[in-house]
Design a protein around this ligand. Structure first.
Ligand code: 5GP
Ligand code: ZN
Length: 134
């Protein structure tokens, strides 16, 4: 897509520090890292969110995330990871090209868990919400 910054990286118009690459995905170091080795994984097709990838592309994307994590593990030996993505503006998505954040975690790094993103469960009980899925 024309002015998508990650598509520009894919086309080689913007340089990147590659962590892992195959025919379907590219993983590269985040330029504003939140942790040592913070890595971004993107599908090579422009898709804005997870909903926009079909099953086949999701499988290759997921495989690419694992391979990128393995490379980070081998080079930096983190003690763990938080891995996830921001979907849509409300959740913090800035670049509108689906990307998985691989955030390596190190003992004593002072970071939180995925639970630290939000603590605002709303008024409805879990039982009430569960009825929507029956
Ligand atoms: P988002 O907030 O959309 O989930 O995350 C976008 C991420 O992409 C941010 O962590 C930001 O630092 C990273 N980023 C934005 N532009 C570039 C770029 O040109 N190169 C690299 N390597 N990372 C970028
Ligand atoms: Zn794009």
């Amino acid at each position: 897509m024309e002015d998508c910054i990650f598509c520009k990286i894919l086309k080689g118009e913007i340089p990147n520090h590659t962590v892992y690459e195959d025919k379907n995905v590219l993983a590269f170091l985040d330029i504003y890292p939140h942790a040592k080795g913070h890595t971004i994984v993107i599908p090579k097709v422009h898709a804005e969110t997870y909903f926009d990838l079909n099953e086949e592309l999701l499988t290759s994307f997921s495989n690419g995330v694992k391979r990128a994590m393995e490379n980070v593990q081998n080079k930096l030996q983190p003690d763990g990871f938080n891995v996830g993505w921001n979907q849509n503006k409300v959740a913090g998505q800035v670049v509108p090209h689906l990307h998985m954040h691989i955030i390596p975690r190190y003992e004593g790094d002072g970071g939180g868990s995925i639970h630290s993103i939000i603590k605002n469960p709303g008024e409805k009980t879990v039982d009430e919400i569960s009825k929507l899925f029956e």
